[in-house]
Design a protein. Sequence first.
Length: 137
Amino acid sequence: MPDKSVTKTATCLCGSVSFTTTGIDKGTVICHCSNCQRYSGSPFMHNTRLVNSETTFQKGQDVIKKYEDRDTKNGNLLERWFCSNCGSPMMFKSPTGSAGFIGLQSGTLQEREKPFRELYGENKHAWLGDLVGKAKL
Ligand SMILES: [Zn+2]
Ligand SMILES: [Zn+2]
């Protein structure tokens, strides 16, 4: 994937939090890991990933809470940022992983993102079909 700079705009359910993130596009993925399932309350999470990212809050930086997820599949600490008012998962960051790596929860974005890959397919719910148009897990 060529390095392409993109800008994404996120808003939570209650509208308290809104921010814009610019960074190098690392693609959008479906994550089937059990932590993402629990955190989202859904069978999978849909995450848009950027590196070398910079986030500017339009509002609600003080409303964001961070959960430190230390029990991740790859062992990297993940800070999971969510709106403390409505509970919307907004982004995760890995302070110990690649520089400026973040994942934006695609359901909060203005932009409609198509995933190119599924992660942790061994934990995928059996009733789900092929979500990315090719069997690449
Ligand atoms: Zn909210
Ligand atoms: Zn996950």
